[in-house]
Design a protein around this ligand. Structure first.
Ligand code: PGA
Length: 248
């Protein structure tokens, strides 16, 4: 198994000055027993990577295009992100699936492009509240995995993030049993699809992770870290989450 991963998704938040957090977070987490990544908006990637150099924080992007170049105004290729030093890229976040109509096939193409460029895709999956309430959560999530999974993935080349849509930014989280059920099903499916390599792919939980619930979530089997939105915007909120993961 790779080191566990605490990844922060800044979404459309942050200006140059926000990058001061990279130094303060580095100090607050010391030499963590897990990987730490921040995914700021695209305009901050290069200065973030400069400021993170030599420290414990890796930098990732929030999206990429599946093509390597071309007439795609406003888009950025995975290879371009890798060229400036990004390590990770989030693909298939539910906000992009909802706002830009990204399908599982689109997400798979982006994840494959990311892997080919040497980036590690953080591939997001998750059910709506209605799907959860009608007993469809597991079939939906498993089908998203099956349809978006890049075929030749290994522990070093793929991270999965289970993010119930209704838990994102709401302060609500599933029960510990519900998280355990999903992560264990995803682990089983990863092994079915990838063979032994499926045991090494990290499965993050995301959706209202905070300092107060992180340790309980990280104690669940097959939870190998977190994808954190709101609580990744300040060192005060994010460092305790990283430290809780380091302690597991
Ligand atoms: P949240 O967002 O931590 O603010 O709920 C998580 C995410 O969208 O990745």
């Amino acid at each position: 198994m790779q080191h566990k991963l605490a990844a922060g998704n800044w979404k459309m938040n942050g200006k140059l000055q926000s990058l001061d957090m990279i130094e303060s977070l580095g100090k607050a987490v010391g030499t963590p027993g897990c990987e730490v990544a921040l995914c700021p908006p695209a305009h901050l990637l290069i200065p973030a990577i400069d400021r993170a150099a030599g420290g414990p924080v890796a930098v990732g992007a929030q999206n990429c295009h599946s093509a390597s170049n071309g007439a795609f105004t406003g888009d950025i290729a995975a290879d371009m992100l890798r060229d400036v030093g990004a390590r990770f890229v989030i693909v298939g976040h539910s906000e992009r699936r909802a706002a830009y109509g990204e399908t599982d096939a689109d997400v798979q193409a982006k994840a494959v492009a990311a892997q080919n460029a040497g980036l590690v895709p953080i591939l997001c999956l998750g059910e709506t509240l209605e799907q959860r309430e009608t007993g469809q959560a597991l079939p939906v999530i498993r089908s998203q995995l099956q349809n978006a999974l890049p075929a030749a993935s290994k522990g070093e080349t793929l991270v999965i993030a289970y993010e119930p849509i209704w838990a994102i930014g709401t302060g609500k989280i599933p029960t510990m049993e519900e998280i355990a059920e999903v992560h264990s099903a995803l682990r089983g499916d990863l092994v079915t699809h990838l063979g032994a390599a499926g045991t090494d792919v990290r499965i993050l939980y995301g959706g209202s992770v905070k300092a107060g619930n992180a340790a309980d979530i990280f104690a669940i089997d097959h939870v190998n870290g977190a994808l954190v939105g709101g609580a990744s915007l300040t060192t005060e909120d994010f460092a305790p989450i990283v430290n809780a993961l380091s302690d597991t």
